[in-house]
Design a protein around this ligand. Structure first.
Ligand code: FES
Length: 253
């Protein structure tokens, strides 16, 4: 884990409250693995010394990319950061996804939960992506996944992209076809809790491996504050240290 002063290279508005930041971070980029996160000190909030956690969307060539949605004071303040500014970044943090898969890797993402899945898709071969959101505007980075040659299945609540319904609808269709063909799979998920629980149940219910990235409030990011507790079969676990990625069978809902 490193603390780096990082020069912002790109800060792009993706629409509908979503944004992308690319920053120079050679040490963090070279050490990052899919599913890990970085903790960013937001310049406008430096007096409060609070950092915000962001999954690593990409880490290559000495650069780190994050995706975020403006949802509160911290991310609203981050909107003001411009290319050329310096931000303090700590990372990589946490326990990420395994980078081996016995079978077809099925990635399931909701909203900006696709962020760690993109980095993972660059490391695992033959992935399929299931992505869901309220509307088409919540389906992020589809072009980036397709550029990796990944088959993409979409679902939206309003039917504006893909099937109308939940992301588990196309997932269940594909799982049924794979079962008929006798294909093995593992599930990798990041998104809102109800979706994560549904994916975890499909993993444990089929005797398959599932890897679930929990989205919790990370205050310190390094295991000291206990703000990010998740119940597991081993008791309370800290998402910032023991997670954010947990085996599906270890989670208690
Ligand atoms: Fe402080 Fe996890 S964020 S213990």
């Amino acid at each position: 884990m490193t603390n780096e002063k990082c020069r912002v290279l790109v800060h792009e508005d993706l629409g509908s409250g979503y944004r992308r930041i690319v920053f120079d971070a050679p040490a963090i980029a070279s050490a990052s693995a899919p599913g890990q996160f970085v903790h960013v000190r937001v310049p406008a909030l430096e007096k409060s010394a609070l950092r915000r956690p962001f999954s690593v969307f990409d880490a290559s060539s000495g650069q780190v990319t994050i995706l975020y949605k403006t949802v509160g004071r911290g991310t609203a303040a981050l909107n003001a950061v411009k290319p050329g500014d310096e931000i303090a970044v700590m990372g990589p943090l946490g326990h990420g996804f395994p980078q081996k898969c016995a079978g077809v890797p099925l990635l399931v993402g909701g909203g900006y939960g696709v962020a760690p899945l993109h980095f993972l898709a660059k490391r695992l071969k033959g992935c399929k992506l299931f992505i869901g959101g309220r509307t088409a505007a919540d389906l992020l980075a589809i072009d980036k996944f397709k550029a990796l040659g990944i088959e993409v299945f979409m679902a939206t609540n309003d039917g504006s992209a893909g099937v109308k319904g939940l992301v588990t609808d196309p997932l269940d269709d594909e799982l049924a076809k794979m079962r008929e063909r006798g294909e093995k799979f593992e599930l990798f998920a990041c998104g809102p809790d109800p979706m994560l629980k549904a994916v975890a149940m499909r993993a444990t219910g089929t005797g398959s491996k599932g890897w679930i990235s929990m989205d919790r409030h990370m205050v310190c990011g390094v295991g000291a504050c206990y703000a990010c507790i998740q119940k597991t079969v081993r008791g309370n676990s800290r998402c910032c240290v023991e997670g954010p990625v947990f085996a599906a069978e270890d989670l208690v809902w």
